[in-house]
Design a protein around this ligand. Structure first.
Ligand SMILES: Nc1ncnc2c1ncn2[C@@H]1O[C@H](COP(=O)(O)OP(=O)(O)OP(=O)(O)O)[C@@H](O)[C@H]1O
Ligand SMILES: [Mg+2]
Length: 272
């Protein structure tokens, strides 16, 4: 039995509101949960911002939003005006953020919504938010290849997708579904970020390749994926994220800029 996604009669792409000018839109995706999508989205945003670009993050994870917390925005509420919903801006670097958590009365209340309401809300995050002028809008997707990623790929004009994976999942080919989905939906996969790739001992600086050296490179190239960067397992990242200070992670972090920041900025700069 063969199965093909419908490619005819796909809905037209949504447009941002008239007070927004968004140059490029990139979604961050993963085969499964907890591999670091939100962290990578946040770090990519900070890396781009550090280079002077205007950046927004659309948190498309409605049932498990984590972007406001890692930027220390919990407790803040978005406002509305005739021009649309106003995103919250991070204090330190001025990254614009929209998330269900800055719109709900009670951010601890669970969102118990059916899929059509969730996908409608995400479309509104694109069409009814006054994003202003953005060089890049990054979309933090919920895990997997379900309804929400599908709706976003169909209805938001994406310029590309970045796939995030742990080394184990990459070797087990869990990322392949994400890559194949993007191909089916004709959205370019910009490459892969391998997260929790190795451990660097804070005392000695020794690097430990916990999952075995080289396997990831061969698995990525088998899938035709460019390896954009490897992020180490880093207790400092967890601490800063928990304290809502992820923006500080890139400051004076040469390792980060060398293995991730510069490459992400380069790839985004080459987007068509
Ligand atoms: N490189 C890393 N080193 C150490 N901890 C990390 C790293 N990347 C992410 N984490 C931690 O792992 C947890 C999961 O990360 P994150 O929320 O970014 O994943 P996710 O893929 O967005 O998860 P979900 O599927 O739930 O949305 C967080 O507590 C985060 O701080
Ligand atoms: Mg997440």
């Amino acid at each position: 039995m063969s199965f093909e996604l419908p490619t005819k009669n796909v809905p037209l792409k949504e447009k941002p509101n008239k007070f927004s000018k968004i140059n490029k839109v990139v979604a961050i995706m993963s085969g499964k949960g907890g591999v670091g999508k939100s962290s990578v989205t946040a770090l990519a945003a900070v890396a781009l911002r550090d280079k002077g670009f205007n950046v927004g993050i659309l948190d498309a994870d409605i049932t498990g939003p984590s972007i406001p917390k890692i930027f220390g925005l919990d407790g803040q509420r978005s406002t509305y005006s005739e021009q649309g919903i106003k995103p919250i801006e991070t204090v330190m670097k001025g990254i614009k953020v929209i998330s269900i958590n800055v719109l709900l009365e009670d951010e601890e209340a669970p969102v118990i919504w059916r899929a059509p309401l969730i996908t409608q809300t995400i479309k509104q995050f694109f069409t009814e938010v006054e994003w202003g002028e953005l060089d890049y809008l990054l979309i933090d997707l919920p895990p997997g290849t379900g309804d929400v990623p599908l709706t976003i790929m169909q209805s938001i004009p994406l310029n590309g997708i970045i796939v995030v994976s742990s080394p184990q999942d990459l070797v087990k080919l869990i990322v392949k579904k994400s890559v194949n989905m993007s191909k089916t939906m004709r959205i370019p996969v910009l490459g892969l970020v391998e997260n929790m790739s190795y451990f660097k001992c804070p005392e000695t600086g020794t690097k430990y390749d916990i999952f075995g050296e080289g396997k990831v490179e061969s698995a990525a190239s088998e899938m035709g994926l460019e390896l954009l960067g490897k992020l180490p397992i880093d207790p400092a990242l967890v601490k800063l994220s928990d304290e809502g200070r992820i923006e500080e992670y890139t400051d004076n972090n040469e390792d980060f800029n060398e293995i991730f920041g510069n490459k992400i900025v380069q790839v985004m700069g080459g987007l068509k």
